[in-house]
Design a protein around this ligand. Structure first.
Ligand code: NAP
Length: 248
């Protein structure tokens, strides 16, 4: 395999774990990031140490122009695109819906939903046989929040991930005969920085008793499902949404 995988938000957490697993599976990797250049650079160094090509590329996935520039740079600087992981995502502080600002709600959908659309559109334009591409795979990172609703925490986030689920089903069927598979993983409570970014650094450990397996998941446990969905071992799997949640 001599194909490039773009991972949005690939510098930290689930994205970073996916970059390393994908590199071990033979992918060259583009590590997209929003702000944390040092974290992305560290992942790039680890991917290169595994013998694969890697570049860190800054882009806010919510900004369509930045996403188009990102994929144009991938075209110029990397082997042909073979896959995309729409992993970049944000939460916000715990809040009821009746206390949410419009700016917060818009950001939640702009990053988690519109960002996934922007990136998937650019990927389909390059991967689909209808566009002269050689096929490939897209994995969207949703959340079990899409079926739990996250009341009193972040219903905006849960609803955005619900949109990601529907996007996965629809896009998968749209491109099913064009060599492009589209699937999603829905992580449960995974031990990453995202909980601190929502003002709850202890959330993963605190909620462990609510998980049937009685523990949070590790980023690499989610990455394993993502890389399986990207690869040749899942050729008949499309439009699937796989929970990686310890039974939650
Ligand atoms: P994380 O550790 O907070 O990392 C988030 C990553 O997304 C960072 O690399 C960040 O870039 C990037 N990012 C944020 N906004 C971006 C933007 N506008 N444009 C480009 N990149 C952006 O999060 P995580 O826990 O690994 O989460 C990864 C995905 O899993 C998200 O979609 C999240 O919703 C989902 N998820 C996580 C959990 C969990 O419990 N951890 C559960 C369910 C679903 P910088 O490094 O530059 O800041």
């Amino acid at each position: 395999m001599d194909r490039t995988l773009v991972i949005t938000g690939g510098g930290r957490g689930i994205g970073a774990a996916t970059a390393l697993r994908a590199a071990r599976a033979g992918w060259h990797v583009v590590v997209n990031y929003a702000r944390d250049e040092a974290a992305a650079a560290a992942v790039v160094a680890q991917v290169r140490a595994l013998g694969r090509q890697a570049l860190a590329m800054a882009a806010d996935v919510a900004d369509d122009a930045q996403v188009q520039a990102l994929f144009a740079q991938v075209d110029r600087a990397m082997p042909p695109l073979g896959g995309l992981v729409n992993n970049a995502g944000v939460v916000d502080d715990a809040s009821r819906v009746d206390a949410m600002s419009a700016a917060r709600i818009q950001r939640m959908f702009a990053v988690n939903v519109f960002g996934s659309f922007h990136c998937a559109r650019e990927a389909v334009r390059r991967l689909s046989t209808a566009h002269g591409g050689a096929g490939g795979a897209i994995v969207n990172v949703s959340s079990v929040a899409s079926r739990l609703g996250s009341a009193g925490q972040y219903v905006d986030y849960a609803a955005a991930k619900g949109a990601v689920d529907a996007f996965t089903l629809g896009l998968a069927r749209e491109v099913a005969t064009e060599g492009v598979r589209v699937n999603a993983v829905r992580p449960g409570i995974i031990d990453t920085d995202i909980h601190a970014s929502g003002g709850q650094p202890d959330r993963a450990q605190r909620l462990a008793p609510q998980v049937p397996m009685q523990r949070p998941g590790a980023a690499d446990e989610v990455a394993a499902a993502i890389v399986w969905l990207l690869g040749d071992e899942s050729p008949y799997t499309t439009g699937a949404i796989i929970d990686v949640s310890g039974g939650r």
